[in-house]
Design a protein around this ligand. Structure first.
Ligand code: ATP
Ligand code: MG
Length: 452
């Protein structure tokens, strides 16, 4: 489609001159002999580039510029100005003009400038298209997914992000807790301040403390210089404490103090430093259970869990599998400079039926492996790993009970297997068994089943 160029000048000869300059080009031309008429054209036509004189009777070039920049898809504006009125031109640039040119105009120069403006327009348009595509696919800041389950998550993020409430992010491994933490940060008023993630499980206790709070020079062997901790780095922004359930009890006390007083002390230091940090914490453990079992401090739990968001496992939002698969394949194709493969209907069927214990991370890994070895440009079931073809109910081995067992023995074994399957998570096990967590606890105790 040809770009649309609007020429504005209240001097008839000059307007005609401009028209002549662009007559033999591909632009679709519009002219206006006054600022007022320029506004009318801008309101009725989608103009890409405006070339306007600055000084005109009535509404002047600045007026045209202001109107143009207020449009939802503003055109590129070039200002024509008489020699000696450069200050006005500079003023116009501040108001959003793209460029200016002094009169008398050199036609060649003018054409080159408009050509550049056209390139700029095309770029802006491409980006606009891309953004629309992406924002349609991404429900929110890097999160792909359109199912009702994900819409609910986005809704919660929208409500919670503007507040400074601490948020506990729950969900199985690979469901996107870290992605969600970033989305929360970016949707919050702290978006321009740092987002600092700490993987609490990765560090031994002493290192974790200096990682979080920093240390003074000489605080311990190897502390050769003062070091800022993560809380200080996150000042004004958000800190993400990943795998919070793995933090040892002694560190939990120290964290609680920060949450309550919003103050820290560097290891080996005496100075008290005030920090303004929003805290997001994540875990795939059953923290409520850890609290009951004395592995996690109750007071800290309540401080962290002002609000919680639980990400659903992928098997509970299978509707997102096609768009997620497409998204990962597009990414892989881009990184590897290859074409995006099509996914056959049968392959999509396999992907959708599989129960994805490792959730989105597993999907991403499976597709990466598949992509690397893919021949041709269609992904078929033969390309997918064999392990994906096991029926969902078979969670390894199947259950075989020889006749003659007591009901209690069967129940004991069944509870054990269910707990194993849920990696010891009693809340999930209770859900699977369709009984309350309390009932499950009681039965486990009665039957003398060891805690997993
Ligand atoms: N909604 C999503 N859209 C696109 N990619 C996603 C989405 N959610 C997660 N991912 C991707 O899946 C992978 C796992 O996500 P993430 O690391 O956030 O999971 P997690 O819940 O923190 O897992 P873990 O508990 O194992 O740390 C990442 O590669 C991430 O980019
Ligand atoms: Mg994680």
């Amino acid at each position: 489609m040809n770009l649309r160029l609007l020429l504005v000048d209240d001097q008839e000869e000059i307007l005609e001159g401009l028209r002549m300059a662009f007559k033999r080009t591909d632009y679709e031309l519009f002219t206006a002999p006054s600022g007022e008429q320029a506004v009318q054209v801008l309101n009725s036509e989608k103009i890409d580039i405006v070339l306007t004189d600055l000084r005109m009777e009535g509404l002047d070039g600045m007026g045209v510029l202001r109107h143009a920049t207020s449009l939802p898809e503003p055109p590129v504006v070039i200002i024509l100005t008489a020699y000696g009125t450069i200050e006005n031109a500079v003023e116009a640039l501040k108001e959003g003009a793209w460029h200016y040119l002094t009169k008398p105009v050199n036609v060649k120069e003018l054409r080159i400038l408009v050509e550049k403006a056209a390139e700029h327009c095309n770029l802006v348009q491409e980006n606009r298209n891309l953004r629309e595509q992406v924002s349609r696919r991404f429900g929110m800041d890097g999160m792909v997914g359109e199912t009702a389950e994900m819409q609910r998550i986005y809704e919660q993020v929208r409500l919670i992000a503007p507040t400074r409430a601490n948020v506990l992010l729950l969900g199985e491994s690979g469901t996107g807790k870290e992605v969600l933490a970033k989305a929360l940060h970016h949707a919050s008023p702290r978006a321009r301040k740092p987002f600092v993630a700490v993987h609490c499980a990765a560090l031994p206790e002493t290192l974790l403390e200096s990682e979080l709070f920093g240390h003074e020079r000489g605080a311990f062997t190897g502390a050769v210089s003062r070091r800022q901790g993560r809380f200080e780095m996150a000042h004004g922004g958000t800190i993400f404490l990943d795998e919070i359930g793995e933090v040892p009890l002694s560190m939990q006390v120290k964290l609680l103090r920060v949450l309550e007083a919003r103050e820290i002390q560097r290891v080996g230091g005496t100075e008290t430093i005030t920090v303004d940090v929003r805290i997001l914490a994540a875990t795939n453990r059953d923290l409520a259970e850890d609290v009951q079992d004395g592995r996690f401090r109750e007071d800290l739990y309540y401080r962290l869990n002002v609000v919680s968001i639980t990400l659903p496992p992928l098997r509970q939002r299978k509707g997102d599998i096609p768009v997620l698969a497409r998204h990962f394949l597009e990414e892989l194709a881009r990184e590897n400079h290859r074409e995006v493969p099509e996914v056959s209907r049968e392959a999509l069927d396999v992907l959708t039926k599989y129960h994805w214990p490792g959730n989105i991370r597993e999907l991403s890994n499976v597709l990466e492996n598949t992509f690397v070895f893919l021949r041709g440009n269609v992904l078929t079931p033969e390309d997918l790993p064999r392990s994906m073809f096991k029926p969902e109910t078979d969670t390894g081995g199947g259950l075989h009970f020889p006749l003659g067992l007591s009901l209690e023995e069967v129940e004991t074994e069944y509870l054990r297997r269910t707990l194993d399957h849920c990696e010891g998570n009693r809340t999930r096990a209770a859900e699977m068994l369709k009984i309350s967590r309390r009932t499950l606890q009681r039965r486990l105790k009665e039957l003398g089943v060891e805690a997993g």
